[in-house]
Design a protein around this ligand. Structure first.
Ligand code: CP
Length: 310
């Protein structure tokens, strides 16, 4: 198979295992390209991409932009805080105005769940979800699984703990879909108040004791507490959260195996991870960021193959 089964990348939920295999094999090729002295290919010289960011981002925005440049696409960047959205323009009007400038593909981050799905039904362009509210962040999950595969040889059969604020995390949901599709065992760990009640229906275990969680897993994917998405308090204090769910070096050293530490960023150092864990040789946090460019090149390249060239 050399074509994705989907027309847009709205979420991992819509992908097949074959889609993920195709994205990974394409990313392997692009990873080799971006490690060459000349890090560009001319593949998408005839494609124009708009990056629409209605929410803050460092890694995802820069990674998509670099991926697009490495593929030689033309790009335009849109940040909601500096746009006419502030004057009341709707999402569809904003997107259609941008598309009338002959844009082929939109990468969008938006605070509302389902915004990318909505856009895909109302505008004539390929849509890539760069994070929609608490719902999905598919390219993050793809780069996370790709990084596990690179570090441990495969994802199948690996035991992965997703630790922290699962309730507000789009990274958690996309990772659960991606990991389960590839045959990993997945558990979540965190305060009960930050674990959604439906989680076990996704085939995911729950562990509320961090020591047991770390003893069980091969990989710990650690998430930030997303205070910006909380309207109420879910635990008594940050200090107590860190005491019960933070990872420090002493805990890692007490395990009888070397587990892999991951984090999608941004890290709150000293809260969910101490610096000597984040910067430890067991951490692949910066490898995740590096792999993000190759994964995003692969996704953009594969979706662009479906665009009719006039
Ligand atoms: N991992 C991630 O989505 O980071 P940003 O919010 O900085 O893009």
């Amino acid at each position: 198979m050399n074509q994705l089964s989907v027309q847009h990348l709205l979420g991992i939920k819509h992908l097949t295992k074959a889609d993920i295999d195709l994205i990974f094999s394409t990313a392997d090729h692009f990873k080799e390209v971006i490690n060459r002295p000349i890090k560009k290919v001319p593949s998408l010289r005839d494609i124009t991409i708009a990056n629409l960011f209605f929410e803050n981002s460092t890694r995802t925005k820069l990674s998509f932009e670099l991926a697009e440049k490495r593929l030689s696409a033309d790009i335009i960047n849109f940040s909601a805080s500096q746009s006419s959205v502030k004057k009341g323009e709707t999402l569809i009007d904003t997107a259609n105005n941008i598309l009338s400038m002959k844009v082929d593909l939109i990468v969008m981050r938006h605070p509302h769940v389902g915004a990318c799905d909505f856009l895909s039904k109302h505008v004539n362009a390929k849509i890539i979800n760069a994070g929609d509210g608490t719902h999905e962040h598919p390219t993050q999950a793809l780069l996370d699984s790709y990084s596990i595969r690179e570090k441990l040889g495969s994802v199948k059969g690996k035991k992965v703990i997703i630790l922290g604020d699962i309730l507000h995390s789009r990274v958690a949901l996309s990772n659960i879909y991606a990991l389960k599709l590839q045959g990993a065992e997945v558990k979540v760990c965190g305060p009960k108040t930050l674990i959604p009640k439906y989680i076990e229906s996704l085939g995911v275990g729950v562990e509320t004791n961090i020591k047991k969680a770390l003893e069980w897993c091969d990989v710990a994917n650690v998430l930030r507490v997303q205070n910006e998405r909380m309207a109420t308090n879910y635990f008594p204090s940050t200090r107590e959260y860190t005491k019960l769910f933070g990872i420090n070096k002493k805990m890692l050293d007490s395990l009888d195996k070397e587990i892999v530490i991951m984090h999608p960023g941004p890290i709150n150092r000293g809260v969910e991870l101490t610096s000597d864990v984040a910067d430890n040789s067991q951490s692949i946090i910066l490898n995740q960021v590096e792999n993000g460019v190759a994964i995003r090149m692969a996704v953009i390249y594969l979706l662009a193959q479906q665009i009719e060239r006039k």
